[in-house]
Design a protein around this ligand. Structure first.
Ligand SMILES: [Zn+2]
Length: 308
C-alpha cells in the first residue's frame, strides 16, 4: 500500500487538518541506517511532521527540519519537497549511549544548547535570494510540542500535532486554526468553539492507536460526527537528490590541501550518502580535476565520463 497524506477541512469552521502515514518511505530511510529505538521514534515523528507541515506550504522548494542536539544525538535532518518527496538521517555522537527509555530532552537538549531549525529553500531562487530560516530553542518534551511552539512563535498559527513512530510506520495528525478572514459568516466565537472541539476530538487519539490504525479508519473514528470536506490523497515517497556533483562540491568546500592530504593517505576517497547510502568514490585524478577546473560540472562530470 502506498503512503498516504490526507487533507481535510471542517466545513464553516476555519479549521484544517491532515493525516499522514509513512510506511514505505520510512522503511526505505531505515534500510540505509541502523539507529537505536528512541532515535527511530524521534526521527520518524520528525518525518511525519515535515510531511504534514510542508503539505500546507504554498511554495515550490524543499523544507528542511534540523535538530542540532547537544547530547547523544548530534543531528537529525528531515527534508520534504513540494512533491512530498522525503529523506532523513541522524548523526549520533561517537560515544553515544542511548537507553531504551531516553527522553527527547536527554537525547538532544541535555545541556540546554539544542536548537531546532526550519529552512525553506525555494527551487528557483532569484539572484541574491536567501533561503528562509527560523531557529528556535528546543523547548518541549516531544517533537509535537516543539513544532507547535515554533508554529505559534514564527507563524502565529494555532497548530496541534499528534505524532507517533516505531520501526514500521510513522503517522501524524495535524490540526490548524486558519486565520479569520473578513466577510465569512461564522463569528470569532463560533470559530474558537469549532477549534476547541476539533482539538478535543484530536486529543482522544492515543499514541498506540495512532501507531496501529490506518489513516482512513482514523479519519472516520475521530471525526465521524463532523461535517468534513476531504481532499484527494497525496502519496509521499522516499527520494534522495544526491549527485556526484554535490559530493564533489562538498570536497571542494573542504579545500585542496585537506583533500590532497586525505588522498595521499587513502589513495581513493570513498563517500557514502548519509540519506540513501549511495557510494561515491574519487581517485587521485578525480580529486585533481576538482581543483584544476573553474566550474564544478567540468571538474566532476568530465573524469567520470572519460572512465565509462
Ligand atoms: Zn543520497
Amino acid at each position: 500500500m502506498k503512503d498516504n497524506l490526507q487533507k481535510f477541512m471542517f466545513e464553516h469552521a476555519g479549521v484544517r487538518g491532515e493525516l499522514v502515514e509513512l510506511s514505505e518511505t520510512w522503511q526505505e530511510i531505515l534500510s540505509h541506517q541502523n539507529y537505536p529505538q528512541p532515535v527511530k521514534v524521534i526521527l520518524g515523528e520528525l518525518l511525519a511532521a515535515a510531511s504534514l507541515l510542508s503539505a500546507n506550504l504554498k511554495f515550490n522548494g524543499t523544507m528542511v527540519m534540523q535538530i542540532h542536539g547537544d547530547g547523544p544525538i548530534k543531528l537529525l535532518v528531515v527534508e520534504c519537497d513540494s512533491a512530498q518527496r522525503l529523506r532523513a538521517t541522524a548523526k549520533l555522537a561517537a560515544d553515544a549511549v542511548i537507553a531504551d527509555n531516553a527522553t527527547l530532552a536527554e537525547l538532544v537538549h541535555s545541556h540546554g544548547q539544542g536548537r531546532f531549525v526550519i529552512t525553506l529553500d525555494p527551487n528557483d531562487k532569484l539572484p541574491g535570494q536567501q533561503a528562509y530560516q527560523g531557529i528556535v530553542p528546543l523547548d518541549g518534551d516531544s517533537v509535537a510540542t516543539i513544532i507547535e511552539n515554533y508554529m505559534m512563535r514564527s507563524e502565529q498559527l494555532d497548530t496541534k500535532l499528534w505524532l507517533a513512530a516505531d520501526a514500521q510506520v510513522a503517522r501524524g495528525l495535524l490540526l490548524q486554526k486558519l486565520p479569520k478572514i473578513g466577510g465569512t459568516e461564522s463569528s470569532v466565537e463560533d470559530e474558537t468553539e469549532a477549534w476547541n472541539r476539533a482539538v478535543i476530538l484530536g486529543s482522544t487519539l492515543k499514541q498506540e492507536e495512532l501507531l496501529s490504525t490506518d489513516v482512513n479508519t482514523l479519519m472516520t473514528r475521530l471525526f465521524w460526527e463532523e461535517t468534513i470536506r476531504v481532499f484527494d490523497p497525496v502519496h509521499p515517497q522516499f527520494h534522495c537528490n544526491c549527485t556526484r556533483e554535490k559530493v564533489g562540491d562538498m570536497l571542494k568546500m573542504l579545500g585542496e590541501e585537506e583533500v590532497n592530504s586525505a588522498i595521499a593517505e587513502l589513495n581513493q576517497l570513498d563517500i557514502n550518502c548519509d540519506f540513501c547510502g549511495k557510494h561515491y568514490s574519487f581517485d587521485q585524478v578525480d580529486c585533481a580535476q576538482l581543483f584544476t577546473t573553474n566550474t564544478l560540472v567540468d571538474g566532476v562530470v568530465a573524469p567520470n565520463a572519460i572512465k565509462h
